[in-house]
Design a protein around this ligand. Structure first.
Ligand code: NCD
Ligand code: ZN
Ligand code: ZN
Ligand code: ZN
Length: 354
């Protein structure tokens, strides 16, 4: 049995408030524990989006009652909340800027709004961005000009990881994350997954893109699932929303890569624990660890997963390495298929917790 620290996922969507038929703090944090994550950072593109005190209160109340693992919550950047955001900063775990169109209404249009958030958001609190292609170039320039750290979400393309590599070489204070689906899937998997279920932002890319991510592993600071559940009915319907569930398959995929000699355990731990903890200034979790059977062979089946969405793009895939036991703050939280901590066990890791 392999003992690892409790993993941290800096990018998950738990859909509360507003879309608990897709996921909620209970089902989502259960999936997190089963996947070996003891801390998740929750995204603000909910209904309503988390952009002010009243909307944040909805998420905090739900999380406090239902979360089984520890969590942080991001505030969403809107066109007109830059001054409120600065005031709310100590009560949240970071500010999320959406520079490109994706799921939900949060979208920061125009250079002026982006610059205002860069200027107002406290220097020492995490600033994260969905910024693809030219948006990425914008964010990197602003990070350099303001000399302030910025974290780039779900980097997926060759030209993007190379741009980040060059920015880092020039001393720009940028960090980034890559998802397991962009490391293990490409557009060639779309026929197997199905067109509706294959919708995701950024989209599945080419083999050259995927290989560039692996070739630039040293540029990748974190692995983040971007766990983004939508139901089967939604994905198989007329207007499939983008997003993959990922909490319960991430570690198995990455341990399989370890098994294949493409990744070391140390590289995995730095990207799923040490780096996210440092980049997001997260507290240490006392008496917390996961125990993993690195040799356990298993096959992904959606009916065995705990996410409410009911499907996975990795259906039928064979993995090597599985979580056996999770201990969170001294409590046995999960063992061999069973959750042992109740809803409400999770704590908010924001500096001023609600
Ligand atoms: C995310 C979602 O569904 O909330 N979807 C996705 O395809 N990644 C939004 C996002 O992270 O961009
Ligand atoms: Zn995104
Ligand atoms: Zn996301
Ligand atoms: Zn089977």
């Amino acid at each position: 049995m392999l003992r690892l620290p409790g993993l941290i996922d800096p990018h998950v969507h738990l859909r509360e408030p507003g879309a608990t038929h897709k996921e909620d703090f209970d089902s989502g944090t259960t999936a997190a524990l089963v996947g070996g994550f003891t801390m998740v950072m929750v995204m603000p593109n909910t209904q309503p989006p988390l952009v002010d005190s009243p909307s944040l209160a909805l998420a905090y109340d739900a999380a406090k009652a239902k979360a089984r693992c520890d969590y942080g919550i991001y505030l969403g950047a809107s066109t007109d909340n830059a001054s409120t955001a600065a005031v709310l900063a100590p009560k949240v775990s970071g500010l999320k800027m959406y520079l490109d169109q994706t799921y939900g209404p949060l979208h920061l249009d125009g250079l002026d709004a982006i610059q205002t958030h860069f200027a107002n958001w406290p220097f020492d609190r995490p600033l994260v961005a969905h910024a693809e292609g030219k948006s990425l170039a914008t964010v990197l320039l602003l990070a350099a000009q303001n000399a302030r750290p910025v974290h780039i979400c779900h980097v997926s393309r060759k030209e993007e990881i190379i741009l980040i590599r060059k920015a880092k070489e020039k001393g720009v204070p940028v960090t980034c994350e890559v998802t397991p689906h962009h490391l293990f899937l490409t557009e060639d998997d779309l026929p197997r997954i199905g067109a509706g279920r294959g919708e995701v932002r950024p989209p599945l890319a080419s083999t050259a893109d995927r290989e560039a991510l692996w070739a630039n592993l040293e540029v990748i600071d974190c692995f983040a699932t971007d766990h983004a559940p939508h139901t089967l009915a939604e994905n198989d319907g007329q207007t499939p929303p983008p997003g993959f569930p990922g909490l319960e398959t991430a570690l198995g995929l990455l341990l399989t890569a370890v098994h294949q000699g493409r990744l070391t355990i140390d590289e995995l731990v730095s990207r799923m624990y040490t780096n996210p903890q440092r980049i997001f200034g997260l507290p240490k979790q006392d008496e917390t660890m996961i125990e993993v059977d690195p040799d356990a062979a298993w096959e992904v089946h959606s009916n065995e997963l705990h996410t409410r969405c009911g499907w996975t793009p990795f259906e039928g895939i064979q993995l090597r390495g599985r979580v056996r036991r999770v201990t969170l703050r001294g409590e046995l939280a999960y063992e061999d298929g069973e959750i042992h901590v109740p809803p409400g066990f999770g704590v908010n890791v924001a500096p001023i917790a609600q």
